[in-house]
Ligand binder design. Structure first.
Ligand SMILES: C[S@@+](CC[C@H](N)C(=O)[O-])C[C@H]1O[C@@H](n2cnc3c(N)ncnc32)[C@H](O)[C@@H]1O
Length: 383
């Protein structure tokens, strides 16, 4: 008797001529465990400073309502920094492209978002490598479905070369498994991993995250890292950084959507605080938190139908973000044994007054990639 044909191979043919909007998704993790983690995080201790109950990165984008809210926020013309960032990404990426154009790179996008940047990257990379794979990795299946439409429908990247993976990439075991699966999939071909849109800054322990991601990099692989930057580190500038996020209604909708979606808390935007501080003398940290300033205790129902009491003054951290100094980026990349092989810095020029904020796009190689990169790294970090 002939061996049965694996279902995945049959599926590709079965879907090829069907114009119903099917999409394929590889789920790497038990989603019930994720809900249990979110529930436990919301049961944290009392804190007046946003360091007890919290929604950690990934969970802010998890589910259909937060996904739609994120897409709306990125399209809001009043969210100026996002707009300027998306436009400048295109120019900056093209300057780095020659470094990953040859050699048959595949793309693993860590955190797909709306897929707009991946569309640009894929369009450029595929010209040199038509057989490349595109593997977007995200905690949110809804974000994966929405984000892959951009490159697939918008830029005609072949759907048969796309493998969306739903996975929390901040967990070490997940990154180890992903790395092994990718190596079996692409063999020795190099992979370009991308972490764009200042996603690194959303993690409370950014060094731990970068270290976790670096576990999947082989010597031939590269990491494209995009972060928000600052040339000034003082309280006034930290307040300005916090203020930047305060300006758009669509961002406020996004930042509260995970709490609205997963609990029964009635959220008034008046109770959402944007707090800026200088962190470790080398970055600006912005915490966005909900604070019970109603003068009365509030009871909030969690996804497992238990209740948690929010005393007056208690907070829930909704979002964490940062602006990095060059010193902090140097410290982070050195701690994770990553060497910059190209770096593009830009300052924002949309404001009338001189602005300390900008964006940094870094192409990084793992230490094992070789010595040649070191002299360049010295130049990059000495600016
Ligand atoms: C700030 S957005 C950036 C989107 C896009 N890369 C860009 O440059 O515009 C962060 C993305 O990372 C995903 N994400 C955040 N934390 C994650 C985690 N721990 N595991 C997997 N995906 C995560 C979010 O769902 C979202 O799609």
């Amino acid at each position: 008797m002939a061996d049965p044909v694996p279902v995945i191979r049959k599926l590709e043919h079965a879907l090829a001529d069907d114009d119903f909007a099917w999409s394929m998704l590889l789920v790497g993790e038990d989603q019930a465990d994720k809900l249990a983690t979110l529930t436990a995080d919301l049961r944290g201790p009392f804190s007046a400073t946003g360091d007890g109950k919290r929604i950690t990165s990934g969970f802010s984008y998890w589910g259909i309502a937060p996904t739609i809210a994120w897409a709306n926020a990125t399209n809001d013309p009043f969210y100026l920094v996002m707009k300027v960032g998306t436009e400048s990404f295109l120019r900056h990426w093209r300057k780095l492209l020659p470094k990953v154009q040859n050699g048959g790179f595949h793309l693993v996008s860590l955190g797909i978002g709306t897929g707009v940047k991946d569309r640009t990257i894929l369009g450029d990379m595929r010209r040199n490598n038509p057989d490349m794979y595109y593997i977007p990795v995200d905690m949110s299946s809804e974000m994966l479905r929405m984000g892959t439409l951009e490159p697939v429908r918008g830029a005609r990247f072949p759907v048969s070369q796309v493998l969306p993976v739903q996975l929390d990439f901040s967990i070490e075991d997940n990154m180890d498994e992903l790395g092994q699966m990718l190596a079996r999939l692409v063999g020795d071909d190099p992979i370009l991993f991308t972490l764009t849109g200042n996603t690194l800054a959303n993690f409370e322990n950014d060094e731990e995250l970068l270290d976790t991601l670096t576990r999947a990099l082989r010597p031939q692989d590269r990491l494209l890292l995009e972060v928000a930057s600052t040339t000034r580190l003082d309280q006034e500038t930290a307040d300005a950084a916090a203020d930047e996020y305060h300006q758009t209604r669509a961002f406020a909708e996004f930042v509260t959507s995970a709490l609205r979606y997963n609990t029964d808390l009635k959220i008034s935007n008046e109770l959402v605080r944007f707090v800026g501080e200088v962190e470790d003398d080398d970055a600006l940290l912005v915490k966005i938190l909900w604070r019970n300033d109603t003068g009365e205790e509030i009871r909030m129902e969690l996804p497992d139908h238990t209740e948690v009491v929010l005393p007056v003054g208690d907070t829930i951290r909704l979002y964490t973000t940062r602006k990095y100094s060059t010193a902090r980026l140097k410290r982070l990349t050195e701690a994770c044994k990553l060497t910059p092989i190209e770096a593009i810095q830009s300052q924002f020029r949309y404001a009338r007054r001189a602005n300390p904020f900008g964006l940094e796009l870094l192409l990084l190689a793992p230490e094992a990639a070789g010595e040649a990169t070191h002299t360049l790294a010295d130049d990059i970090w000495s600016v």
